[in-house]
Design a protein around this ligand. Structure first.
Ligand code: CP3
Length: 343
């Protein structure tokens, strides 16, 4: 068994496995070249040869211990019938849902596989090309995060538009969550059938929800997705990332439903050591800003993170995706540092 899966399965490991969120991204010249060839970000996601190529780039260049499928959490909305566009310098834009009849626009669960076929093809190609000791992580956005983009039409700090919709149009909101939950189960099952070894669920905007809302609309739909899939594939490990949920992380660590809890860079690590690590394998949480900094500053921070988390097995990663201004030599340094570490 490879290091990553050993860690997730609770077996003893010599050092933490390492991979980075957005490890295939704009900080890499190789990525920028392939992205140019593709013409647009969506073309890159839907071109299985090019998506395979960019997924492999950071594996070959840095020797990460896991690969993550190159795609985007918003593709499923595109496949369901919402109009999704990635505008240069602005991020994703989506035709928003504002009333009940708009929901019909995204009800096409039956047809979504047709549109997502290139993603499944990418998974199959990667399985053939990845070294056998590097598992492939498939992924999806959690229903709440997908709903925020769908309702607001773009990312929004605090997700106020989606939160108001949740309160003012609760019946429609619940309908959207349940539709997205169902579609996500089908999407992830197809990724697993195509060869994904591990699944990660991103709830990037979970931190905008109040505590009781976070349980009901972040944790509950995620539990439903994981438990439905585990009925068919009990061995597939799940990583869950409810970003910025603060002390609600404790509630996420209380469930046996999934295997690894990914944590952001804002949590107090001592609190994590006391409250979370005894109950769950964690993944995280270097602040990506340190990858833009001087070597000595980066090393100082690396020492802190690895010293704090060393008493339990964990997966080394960032607290959020790597940024375009990260230095390539810093990524090299972190991988070397972690590979020399002994638990
Ligand atoms: O992690 C990986 O390397 C796998 C691929 C991946 C991407 N996006 C590629 C991407 C994954 C897993 C995602 C997840 C994703 N997408 C999330 C959840 C994680 C998070 O960041 O919180 C979210 C919220 C999105 C939606 C999204 N996609 C936004 C907001 C943006 C624009 C912001 C930006 O960085 O430009 C994207 C675009 C995107 N997705 C890029 C990449 C590499 C940059 C696109 C480019 O090449 O211009």
């Amino acid at each position: 068994m490879n290091l990553f899966l050993k860690c997730v399965n609770g077996q003893s490991i010599e050092r933490p496995p390492i991979w980075f969120m957005r490890q295939a991204g704009r900080y890499l010249a190789e990525y920028r070249n392939t992205r140019r060839k593709a013409g647009s970000f969506l073309n890159l996601c839907y071109n299985s040869d090019l998506a395979t190529e960019v997924t492999l780039q950071p594996i070959e260049k840095f020797g990460f211990d896991a690969a993550i499928l190159f795609a985007d959490i918003l593709l499923i909305l595109d496949a369901l019938g919402a109009k999704v566009d990635f505008v240069e310098g602005q991020g994703p834009l989506i035709e928003p849902i504002r009333e009940r009849r708009d929901i019909n626009k995204i009800s096409n669960v039956g047809k979504m596989h047709e549109k997502l076929a290139p993603v499944y093809e990418t998974v199959k190609k990667l399985k053939r090309q990845l070294p056998t000791n590097v598992p492939l992580i498939g992924f999806a956005g959690a229903p709440w995060t997908l709903a925020t983009y769908l309702i607001n039409g773009k990312g929004e700090q605090g997700s106020l538009t989606a939160k108001k919709f949740l309160i003012e149009n609760n019946e429609e909101f619940e309908e959207i969550i349940s539709l997205l939950t169902k579609a996500t189960i089908e999407y992830l099952l197809m990724q697993i059938k195509s060869g994904a070894d591990v699944i990660k669920i991103f709830d990037s905007w979970a931190g905008a929800l109040n505590a009781d809302m976070a349980i009901r609309y972040s944790l509950e739909p995620i539990k439903k997705i994981v438990s439905e899939i585990k009925k068919e594939y009990s061995d597939i490990p799940f990583i869950v990332f409810p970003r910025s949920v603060n002390t609600i992380y404790r509630k996420f660590s209380d469930t046996d439903c999934f295997d690894v809890l990914a944590i952001d860079q804002f949590l107090d690590r001592q609190w994590v050591v006391n409250e979370i690590q005894p109950k769950k394998i964690i993944q995280g949480n270097l602040d990506p800003i340190f990858l833009t900094q001087r070597k000595d500053i980066l090393i100082q921070e690396l020492k802190k993170v690895t010293e704090d988390f060393k008493n339990y097995p964990y997966i080394f990663n960032l607290g959020h995706g790597i940024t375009p201004d990260a230095k390539v030599e810093n990524v090299e340094l972190v991988v070397e540092f972690i590979k020399k570490l002994r638990l």
